[in-house]
Design a protein around this ligand. Structure first.
Ligand code: THU
Length: 130
């Protein structure tokens, strides 16, 4: 799958965003090592802290169906800024895919790519607990 195709899946997933409070719709598309893709959108809540980001929706969908090896994640939101994962989502991604490639797209479809290691250096992981 091309970067563009994965970003398009993230863009399509943003259409399902439940974001009545922020009115900021986000979509994510998470690619597994076998090419399967799991999408997600942000799901807000009146108790704002209960909100779940698009990236974590996608990760939880995938993990709950037995997937744990991820190679790329596209994130899309409308607007002029490239949509980068929040700190919590970076940490959750680190659990499963510490070197995953991130495609961070904006409204006009252009994107920048990062490695998670660049966005979450010196991360805390399971090895600290062993
Ligand atoms: N949000 C995401 O879904 N992913 C991000 O990477 C950044 C923020 C959501 C959470 C909330 O519903 C809205 O965007 C505004 O913060």
């Amino acid at each position: 799958m091309t970067d563009r195709e994965l970003i398009n899946k993230a863009r399509d997933a943003a259409k399902y965003a439940y974001a009545p409070y922020s009115r900021f719709s986000v979509g994510a598309a998470l690619e597994c090592d076998d090419g399967a893709v799991y999408t997600g959108c942000n799901v807000e809540n009146a108790a704002l802290g209960c909100t779940i980001c698009a990236e974590r929706t996608a990760i939880c969908k995938a993990v709950s169906e037995g997937r744990r090896r991820f190679v790329r994640l596209a994130v899309y939101c409308g607007g002029n800024d490239y949509c980068v994962p929040c700190g919590t989502c970076r940490q959750v991604l680190h659990e499963f895919a510490p070197t995953i490639e991130l495609l961070c797209a904006r409204g006009n479809g252009s994107y920048v790519s990062y490695r998670l290691t660049d966005l979450l250096p010196a991360a805390f992981g399971g090895e600290f607990l062993n």
